[in-house]
Design a protein around this ligand. Structure first.
Ligand SMILES: *Cc1c(COP(=O)(O)O)cnc(C)c1O
Length: 485
């Protein structure tokens, strides 16, 4: 193996700014005042907030050092399954920073926001085309929020028919946000198990679906990284009972330009722009979870909506059946700009190619690591593959130990212990933006970790050894959070 990626470096310790500050230090210089003083200054004088006094170099070093403790897609491979941590081309950031777009205030009248409104209008159309749906709302702020919005639409649909229903079918391979959203809308989630191939069977659904079923929420591709092959037949069955089909499309990165969900029975789905369409995520920054629907759900979409009237774009509130607003103003506009820029710069052929490469890369990792790691579902996967710690557990080395040790080798760990259907799950999503050399390096690192698990498990119990902090007590961190630093 070539030199390890992640073991060396000058990572300096860094105290809190309050510990560094010294009275009287200054981090700014203002030009001399060229107007006289006014009495208001006296009123503002006195004790200010308890901020530390710091010099400019103190501040520059503090934040630069903290930034070096960070790890992101711009630093190295981040194979976090279910999260699509792919590289986001910088041009999309540049477009989002254009003054005309970044400076537009949401309270500007439509006449002064034609560019922004047109961008939203066209983005809605592009997303509808990519998914094979009829209409889109860009309002929801993230995937979970899109789930909830989708459920509100299903709820409004049944209400408009005058017959509310009480149940939503949710497979064990769905994302955890799905049952949460169903419950928030007053539905009872009905769990259903996937079969030995890791997908839903028509029989399993036929046993639970009835006239009280409001719908089914299918994560597709599911959280095992597998495509729900029976979705069309399942959709037909749910529709025959008057229910609707919700697709959690956060994993769209696997199927762009390949599968149109609207053509295989889906009535409503959400997408994660911050996963698939080029917004960096993971640090709590803004996301966007647009929801696409077929015609019969369009009347219920959140308002206001952008409409075109004789070549002008306006915001219309004229949707009497709308579920109402789900976010302040119109959604996270900056994320929309990045997605729009990404879609236009890629074009249909390259979006399709991105998905094909994402699937190829995941299958490459799967084939190279199976044997080293236990592969519970040994069949072609989509954009991610799921292993388990079954082999390593014979040496009492668990998924968490391997994940921590990978950090010593310079990789962000994969997703661990999810999905729940696989005991000790290790979920790897390499994404299309990793080169074969980078994938090989990751594979070699994982093989080296597995070898250590056999020969010297202590190395893993103590991992990470080379990181800024060692193994953390995650339980106490969650139960007794210390928010002051
Ligand atoms: C990430 C994800 C979500 C939740 O998205 P957030 O933007 O984190 O709220 C929902 N479903 C699936 C399948 C996901 O991968």
């Amino acid at each position: 193996m070539k030199e390890l990626l992640g073991t060396k470096g000058l990572l300096l310790n860094e105290p809190l700014l309050w510990e560094k500050g010294k009275k009287g230090r200054r981090g700014f210089s203002l030009p001399p005042r060229d107007v006289g003083s006014f009495p208001v200054e006296k009123e503002l004088a006195g004790e200010g907030p308890d901020f530390p006094d710091l010099s400019e170099i103190d501040v520059v070093r503090h934040y630069t050092r903290l930034s070096q403790w960070n790890f992101g897609v711009d630093t190295g491979m981040y194979p976090l399954g279910s999260c699509t941590m792919k590289y986001n081309p910088k041009t999309n950031e540049k477009q989002a920073g254009l003054p005309g777009l970044s400076g537009g205030h949401p309270l500007l009248p439509a006449s002064l926001s034609q560019g922004g409104l047109r961008l939203m209008f066209e983005l809605e159309k592009h997303l509808a085309e990519i998914t094979g749906m009829d209409a889109t709302t860009l309002q929801p702020a993230a995937g979970a929020h899109g789930d909830l919005t989708g459920m509100l639409l299903i709820h409004a649909f049944h209400k408009s028919k005058g017959a509310q229903r009480s149940k939503i079918i949710i497979p064990d391979t769905a994302h955890g946000t799905n049952p949460a959203s169903a419950v928030l809308c007053g539905y009872k989630p009905v769990p259903v198990s996937s079969n030995e191939k890791g997908i839903l069977s028509v029989e399993a659904i036929s046993q639970v679906v009835d006239e009280d079923t409001a719908g089914i929420m299918i994560t597709n591709p599911n959280t095992l990284g597998l495509f729900e092959e029976n979705i069309t037949e399942i959709a037909r069955m749910v529709h025959s009972k008057g229910g609707l089909v919700y697709c959690d499309g956060a994993n769209l990165n696997a199927v762009m330009g390949v599968v149109k969900m609207g053509e295989i029975g889906v009535d409503v789905m959400h997408l994660n722009l911050h996963k698939t369409f080029s917004t960096p995520h993971g640090g709590g920054g803004p996301g966007s979870g647009p929801v696409c629907v077929k015609n019969h759900l369009e009347p219920f979409l959140p308002a206001p909506r952008v409409v075109e009237e004789g070549g002008r774009y306006v915001l219309s509130e004229d949707y009497p059946e709308s579920v109402g607003k789900v976010l302040a103003f119109y959604g996270n506009f900056g994320v929309m700009v990045k997605a729009y820029s990404y879609i236009l710069s890629m074009g249909p052929e390259n979006l399709k190619k991105a998905s094909q490469l994402a699937v190829l890369n995941a299958n490459y990792v799967k084939e190279k690591l199976k044997g080293t790691l236990h592969l519970p579902y040994d069949r072609p996967c989509m954009h991610e593959c799921v292993f388990s710690d079954k082999y390593q557990m014979t040496n009492k080395v668990a998924t968490l130990d391997m994940a921590k040790r990978l950090m010593d080798y310079g990789f962000h760990p994969p997703t661990v212990y999810f999905p729940l259907v696989v005991h000790g799950a290790i979920m790897v999503e390499p994404t299309e933006t990793e080169s074969m050399e980078d994938l090989d390096q990751f594979i070699e690192a994982f093989k080296a970790v597995a070898k250590e698990a056999q020969e010297d498990p202590d190395l893993l119990y103590e991992a990470p050894r080379n990181c800024k902090v060692r193994r953390l007590d995650e339980t106490t961190a969650a139960r007794k959070p210390c928010l002051a630093g």
